[in-house]
Design a protein. Structure first.
Length: 212
């Protein structure tokens, strides 16, 4: 399985609401088809991810198949982060800017409603510290189509306290939670292979390389 994703650089920033921006055509498309366990997920749950970066921000877009009822809030809150968003349908990304300290990473989630949450995580071998007060200033967009959900977010580099350089490598994972409780699906780009669903396994992170 490919364990590295290249993030292409764009010279011009664009609004995240432009889900069909031509800039996205520059990004390589990555298809996620496996559950956290390494087992294949139904095609109706597969999703694709595209990543871009500029001098000012990171862009991430998800295109998810949706062959089942959405599990979303009836009254979505778009003005502030939604704690517990992971209990509904979301796409996520974990990003560790320092590969030598890969247990310290950021979590960004976006829902089909456009709801979002951003967290700073320190995953120790036997415990986890989560900073719920972390504020990235992330911007989101979402759109529903027949059997398809588009979700995207943009976050400026100040959220990471650094701007990556061409050739720099960060670590992390790309994830999706989908479906009702009894048939809940947990898809990952890099399967974590835990006995029960668990995304927070830094040892299984793949690599993100920033390229021109």
């Amino acid at each position: 399985m490919m364990n590295k994703i290249e993030i292409k650089k764009v010279l011009t920033d664009f609004p995240i609401e432009k889900l069909d921006s031509e800039s996205w055509n520059l990004a390589q498309e990555y298809l996620v088809t496996k559950y956290w366990s390494g087992e294949s997920a139904p095609v109706g749950r597969h999703f694709k991810a595209r990543l871009l970066w500029s001098e000012s921000a990171l862009y991430v877009r998800f295109e998810a198949n949706q062959d089942e009822p959405l599990i979303v809030s009836d009254a979505p809150n778009l003005s502030s982060k939604t704690n517990g968003l992971w209990d509904r349908d979301v796409c996520e990304i974990f990003l560790a800017p320092n590969p030598k300290e890969f247990r310290k990473y950021f979590e960004f989630e976006v829902a089909p409603t456009g709801e979002w949450i951003d967290l700073a995580i320190y995953q120790m071998p036997d415990a986890r510290e989560t900073n719920f007060e972390y504020h990235s200033g992330m911007q989101t967009a979402a759109k529903l189509e027949d059997n398809k959900v588009w979700m995207a977010f943009k976050v400026e580099w100040q959220a990471f306290d650094k701007i990556p350089k061409t050739g720099e490598i960060w670590k992390g994972n790309i994830l999706r939670c989908v479906g009702a409780i009894k048939s809940r699906g947990y898809l990952t780009w890099q399967p974590t292979l835990t006995p029960k669903p668990n995304f927070h396994v830094p040892e299984k992170f793949g690599e993100f390389e920033f390229v021109s």
